[in-house]
Design a protein around this ligand. Structure first.
Ligand code: 13P
Length: 241
């Protein structure tokens, strides 16, 4: 299975021109990589402008169309050739008060139109990781059909590691991957847990990226800050190829 390196640009950059420049430079920088799927998740408004690498959105609504002012539907994304959607990011949970119940609705609609959800889970500083991950996985994955799991990606993003420079140790990442697999095996089936793709996010850079793939038990990375720097991001991608 190809490794997945996902760039979450968050609410950056400020202009379409900068977005195109960043995208084209990344595209150029990674054109020789073979074993990696590079996914760029820019703000919604830049999605139609960017072509040549896989695209993801940073959020979505849970209906196809209708009177939902300010929202974007999974179908609209699909029609723009978007393939992935980040859901349940800790910033959406914090600033938009997204709950596991809402995230579950979004996951279902995203799967219904054939997009792949990247479901973010992770504990805050001082929280009981086991309890938080159990709750998030149980509620976010509630009544999702087993056959859908091949499209699902779980992103383990401990909140304390996001944008802080304090990346999660390789050992703790590995333990978290095992924990996530165990929770999914208990909720569903061992085979599903074994196959599900789990990626890591939180202060990933060109120096620490390789270790996560080699020893952290993850099949990819979700990169925030470092994805806005062409050289750093290209280095991350190449380091895991
Ligand atoms: P940083 O890589 O900036 O820590 O952000 C991680 C993240 O939130 C990716 O979704």
């Amino acid at each position: 299975m190809q490794k997945l390196i996902v760039a979450n640009w968050k609410m950056n950059p400020e202009t379409a021109e900068e977005a195109k420049k960043l995208f084209d430079s990344v595209k150029n920088g990674v054109k020789k990589v073979k074993n990696i799927e590079v996914v760029i998740c820019p703000p919604f408004i830049y999605l139609p402008l960017l072509k040549g690498l896989a695209l993801g959105a940073q959020n979505v609504f849970y209906k196809e169309s209708g009177a939902f002012t300010g929202e974007v539907s999974p179908l609209m994304l699909k029609n723009l050739n978007v393939q992935y959607v980040i859901l349940g990011h800790s910033e959406a949970r914090k600033y938009l008060n997204e709950t596991n119940e809402l995230i579950n609705k979004k996951i279902k609609e995203v799967l219904a139109v054939g997009l792949k959800p990247i479901i973010c889970i992770g504990e805050k500083e001082g929280e009981d990781k086991n309890k938080v991950l159990q709750e998030q996985l149980k509620e976010c994955l509630k009544s999702i059909e087993k056959k859908e799991f091949e499209k699902i990606i779980i992103a383990y993003e401990p909140v304390w590691a996001i944008g802080t420079g304090k990346n999660c140790s390789i050992e703790e990442t590995m333990n978290s991957v095992l924990l996530i697999k165990k929770i999914i095996a208990d909720l569903y089936k061992k085979e599903i847990a074994e196959k599900i793709r789990i990626i890591y996010g939180g202060s990933v850079n060109g120096k620490n990226s390789r270790e996560y793939i080699l020893k952290g038990g993850v099949s990819g990375l979700l990169v925030g800050g470092a994805s806005l720097d062409v050289n750093e991001f290209t280095q991350i991608v190449k380091s895991v190829d």
